[in-house]
Design a protein around this ligand. Structure first.
Ligand code: NDP
Ligand code: PYR
Ligand code: MG
Length: 753
């Protein structure tokens, strides 16, 4: 529930998709392919053995291939979101998107397949023979009524789950939201009057599931582009619409909305007016779920009804009723029991699991996923957000259990508690961490000054910073030049950006006075200070922060780290008693590891290493991790004592003499620090879990390690964060990419809170 709306521009969306490797997906091998032997095992001749095994017993395909964790997202693009029939190829970004959401939220591997036909038989024939490849089929954005025929025929033909997400995924989430909305308004499903706008894939499935929950047939009115679906209507009808036709004299959506308790919109943008909402019953429930733009916005509803419970399909309003809350977890549960199908019992189990989760108290670590504001079950929180880390351990077990209870599970789960723990462990904790940090920045936006304001990369980062709702970017540079660059790049307007030209700023006298007071006894005349403020953008930007005109600063794209640091140090001091150093954040293999010092001290003394450990532990805690510090060297606990390992040992001994509130130990090698089994070789080790903070013996080691991890290890390396300054100021490495610059700016803003 972000308090600030995230706006993405068209350019950003295109750049996001085109940058680096085009698209959002790649395929990665799970086995080594390095040697002749690997090749002999993976391919001929070794591969013949699993071939024979599978031919003899089909169920072993789940053991020897990726089938059991692989879902195909298949579309023909005839109903892409609410954008209409734009064809198979145009649907690919959405299908790739669904595939990556499968991975991100439930660790399900997924591939998109776009089938270029609108013919029902051709489509069915393209999919029906693909069963051996996959553990499940997620049909997507196929328009009604063809989708009903396609899904039901494929369900009959295939022995794996075939699930049209726009139908059932949406129905499950809408049902979960409705269960809670009715609970909150004290209305019974037996008594309410429901209007559904749209009579396509999503709407028909929603109304069917809600009727299964107890809504009487005659209490629901469906509308489509021709108005109310009444008994006897002939225009634009089909058997699925007819099944929900009622006897009524209402003919338009406007008529139907009179006195209705619930509105479910699965149609198109702007289909509902304020007048229609005003005419609804007290405490109306309005789910305007058309994507990307709802039938009516929450602001418009709010203008006429303060007693409504409102949901949309979007992530930037409270109550996101979107099938992303369901499909990753529903398939996770179905795959884990090797289900033959996803039946109604499994769908209802998922709906209840989601509804129940919203009623549970939100623990501290989960509150973090909610943009700093702890959600409380109520009108603005009827349903969990997609980033709620509890979804993975709540929904799949409910789905799996229902599959087992209804006899469609081919491999029952023996111990649900163990299964739940395994599910939680599947999520990458780093993603959650940064989501939390960035959400908190959005909740308390900051003014961040970008010293190198004329650089194209800086401008892009500043616009992304603004669009992400992190705060107001302040660019230092010449206005004309910056405006021209923005125009040349074909980018958005500069609205929401501030530009300060150091040469004609009204602040320069104040900053020169400030700088002179600091530097007069360091050999600088007043006019030297004036020149620095006027000419050096790092000095000007740092003065803005030091004088309270900005909350934080970012620089470094165009100068060496050391030169930028030297500039900044003229204006800002370290925190008294603290040391200045760099802390890099490494995200790799689902782990977050912090490396220090990656920026400043070439050959730290034992005291410096001890200080770096202590200060790193503080920062890591502020970022939401419990620090476990390993002092690294080329030896383990004195087994090869030389000068450099002795320095590290002395650092540990120094910390031993101080009062500390975090785990640390050393010296040790990196593999011992990170690998639980190897840790076991040293039973006296004081770390209870593998380390997450690695204090490196020297600058050259730490920077080398960070660079190798990034280039060869596939790790994301953020930073280094500059630690120990009395103001939140960050220096990025030369040539940093725009996305890293945005991440570091957001982290800087976070540190400024
Ligand atoms: N929030 C979520 O999770 C989800 C949202 N959706 C959204 O629901 C919408 C429909 O998707 P889907 O069911 O897959 O698409 P379909 O093409 O299957 O159905 C679209 C339906 O909308 C109706 N419609 C179109 N224009 C209007 C109008 N002005 N007034 C009333 N009804 C209208 C069509 O009427 P007719 O039959 O007369 O042509 C049709 O019944 C999309 O906006 C989609 O983004 C879908 C899935 C999930
Ligand atoms: C969310 C989704 O699947 C849709 O709008 O089509
Ligand atoms: Mg869809």
């Amino acid at each position: 529930m972000s308090t600030k709306r995230t706006v993405v521009s068209e350019q950003e969306a295109l750049l996001f998709h085109s940058q680096g490797r085009p698209g959002k997906l790649e395929i990665v091998a799970t086995k080594p392919m390095a040697t002749q032997r690997d090749l002999s095992l993976a391919y001929s001749p070794g591969v013949a053995i699993p071939v024979h095994a599978i031919a003899a017993d089909a169920s072993t395909a789940y053991d020897y291939t990726s089938k059991g964790n692989l879902v195909a997202v298949i579309s023909n693009g005839t109903a892409i979101l609410g954008l209409g029939n734009l064809g198979a190829l145009a649907s690919k970004p959405v299908m790739e998107g669904k595939a990556v959401l499968f991975k991100r939220f439930a660790d399900v591997d997924s591939i998109d397949l776009e089938v270029d036909t609108e013919d029902v038989e051709e489509f069915i024939n393209s999919v029906r023979y693909l069963g051996p490849s996959f553990g499940g089929i997620n049909l997507e954005d196929i328009k009604a009524p063809e989708c009903f025929v396609i899904e039901s025929r494929l369900r009959e033909m295939m022995d794996i789950p075939v699930f049209h997400d726009d139908q059932h995924g949406t129905a499950i989430i809408a049902a979960a939201g409705l269960i809670n909305a009715l609970d909150l308004t004290g209305k019974s499903i037996k008594d309410i009057r429901v209007v559904v706008n749209g009579a396509g894939a999503a709407s028909i499935a929603c109304i069917e599931l809600i009727k299964r929950l107890g809504l009487p047939h005659e209490n629901a009115i469906l509308c489509d582009s021709k108005g109310v679906i009444y008994q006897g209507r002939t225009e634009g009808m089909n058997q699925w619409k007819s099944a929900h036709a009622v006897v009524t004299d209402k003919r338009s959506l406007e008529d139907a909305m009179q006195g209705a308790d619930v509105f479910l919109g699965l149609s198109v943008k702007g289909a509902v007016t304020r007048e229609m909402v005003a005419a609804m019953a007290p405490q109306p429930v309005i789910f305007a779920m058309a994507n990307p733009d709802p039938e009516i916005t929450p602001e418009e509803v709010e203008a006429v009804r303060s007693d409504a419970i409102v949901a949309t399909g979007r992530s930037d309003y409270p109550n996101q009723v979107n099938n992303v809350l369901g499909f990753p977890y529903i398939f996770r549960g179905a795959l884990d029991v090797r289900a033959r199908t996803i039946n109604d019992e499994m769908k209802l189990a998922a709906a209840h699991a989601i509804a129940n989760l919203a009623r549970e108290d939100v623990p501290d670590e989960v509150a973090a996923a909610y943009a700093g504001s702890r959600p409380q079950y109520g009108a603005k929180y009827i349903i969990p957000v997609p980033f709620d880390p509890r979804l993975i351990s709540h929904i799949p077990p409910a789905v799996a259990k229902a599959a087992m209870d209804t006899g469609v599970a081919r491999r029952p789960i023996i111990d649900m508690k163990v299964y739940r723990d395994e599910l939680s462990a599947r999520l990458d904790p780093a993603v959650g961490l940064f989501q939390r940090v960035f959400d908190e920045v959005r909740a308390t936006p900051k003014r961040v000054v970008f010293a190198e304001g004329e650089e194209e990369k800086t401008i892009r980062a500043a616009l992304a910073f603004r669009n992400s709702g992190y705060g107001t970017p302040v660019l230092v540079g010449r206005e004309e030049r910056i405006r021209q660059t923005i125009e040349d790049m074909g980018l958005d307007t500069e609205a929401g950006l501030e530009i300060h030209n150091a040469r004609n700023s009204t602040h320069t006298t104040r900053y020169s006075d400030f700088l002179y007071a600091r530097l007069q006894r360091r050999g600088q005349l007043y006019r030297d200070c004036q020149r620095l403020v006027n000419n050096d953008r790092n000095i000007f930007a740092a003065c803005m922060v030091a004088n309270g005109d900005a909350d934080a600063m970012v620089t470094g794209l165009t100068r060496s780290y050391a030169a930028s640091l030297e500039d900044v140090r003229k204006v800002v001091d370290p925190v008294p008693g603290s040391r200045i150093f760099g802390l890099s954040v490494v995200l790799a293999k689902g782990r977050t590891i912090y490396l220090a010092d990656t920026a400043v001290d070439e050959q730290p003394t034992p005291q410096a290493l001890a200080d770096i450990a202590r200060q790193s532990a503080d920062v890591v805690r502020r970022l939401g991790h419990e620090p476990r510090v390993a002092f690294l060297s080329y030896s383990n606990f004195g087994n090869r004592p030389r000068t450099s390992s002795t320095t590290v040992r002395e650092a540990v001994a120094l910390l031993d003499q101080q009062e500390t509130d975090f785990e640390y130990d050393g010296e040790m090698m990196a593999d011992v620090a990170l690998n639980r089994q190897l840790m076991g070789l040293y039973p006296f080790m004081r770390l209870t879990e593998p380390a997450n903070v690695l204090v490196m013996p020297s600058l050259s080691t730490s920077i080398t390690v960070a660079k190798i991890l990034k280039e060869l290890g596939g790790a994301t390396v953020i930073g280094p964060l500059l630690v120990g300054m009395s103001q939140p100021i960050q220096i990025v490495p030369l040539g940093t990419a725009v996305s890293d610059l945005v991440n570091l700016s957001a982290l800087t803003a976070y540190m400024a809170r």
